[in-house]
Design a protein around this ligand. Structure first.
Ligand code: ATP
Length: 231
């Protein structure tokens, strides 16, 4: 196991957003965090990447407590996308790659590979605000993986995308997993989790309802009941 979320609780004042969450993820696995709006997925991710400190419990990567000094290890696609609209795509990608310690030459080489892969090489010199939402999301994903993180956290990566872009992003994350990246992603749609993950955790109002192997969960709950929220 490389990622261990060990009995983690996060409270904001009197309000508990995440309550005694506990799961482990082996290397090179894709793990799904499923829950309706407000279930505590983003709060969990912010703790995993070291942006928020758990009120109780701890989160470790290979036995070491995660903090902000480990930022080059982690890639994060936030739910509220964090692109700078006035920057050119290349400037945006270079900015984040440099923050994570990449050389300019490596960042440029990698961004060309990814822009080709997502069939948007011509957007390299366009400003972010000129791109459609779907294409902005591709750029955001590229920005989170350019530095080849070992752990990739994707907050609702498929929301707001058309089916063609959903498929393109799914293929990309499957490839990243196959190349050795450990991935945790959130969704409120069971079908995304079902297709991509072996293990998952379902959160409801901050508390884990169930965590474990997809097959076991489906066996004990029945497929219909596992759908926590319809779009
Ligand atoms: P969504 O997809 O809607 O973002 P989520 O599952 O990601 O849902 P969170 O964003 O983690 O849920 O929020 C869980 C709960 O914690 C919500 O009720 C939210 O209002 C609350 N919350 C999150 N951050 C804070 C904060 N900084 N202060 C107070 N309450 C917060």
């Amino acid at each position: 196991m490389v990622l261990h979320v060990h009995n983690v609780t996060k409270s904001f004042g009197d309000y508990t957003a995440v309550n005694e969450l506990d799961f482990t993820i082996p290397e090179q696995e894709m793990f799904g965090l499923l829950g309706a709006n407000g279930a505590g997925k983003t709060t969990t991710f912010r703790m995993i990447i070291g942006l928020l400190r758990p009120t109780k419990g701890e989160i470790t990567w290979k036995g070491q407590q995660i903090d902000q000094s480990m930022s080059s290890l982690i890639g994060y696609l936030p739910e509220e996308r964090g692109l700078y609209p006035k920057l050119k795509v290349s400037e945006q990608l270079l900015y984040f790659a440099r923050l994570r310690g990449m050389s300019k030459a490596d960042a440029n080489k990698e961004m060309d590979v990814w822009l080709e892969r997502f069939k948007v090489p011509e957007y390299k010199n366009k400003r972010v605000e000129e791109l459609s939402k779907g294409n902005q999301q591709k750029i955001q994903l590229i920005s989170s993986v350019l530095h080849k993180p070992k752990l990739l956290i994707l907050d609702e990566p498929f929301s707001g995308l058309d089916p063609v872009n959903v498929e393109m992003l799914k293929e990309a994350v499957i490839d990243l997993r196959n190349q050795g990246t450990t991935i945790v992603f959130s969704s409120h749609r069971m079908e995304h989790v079902e297709e991509l993950c072996e293990n998952l955790c379902i959160l409801q109002k901050g508390s884990p309802v169930v965590a474990g192997h997809l097959k076991d969960i489906k066996r004990s709950f029945g497929k219909k009941n596992v759908v926590v929220h319809a779009d």
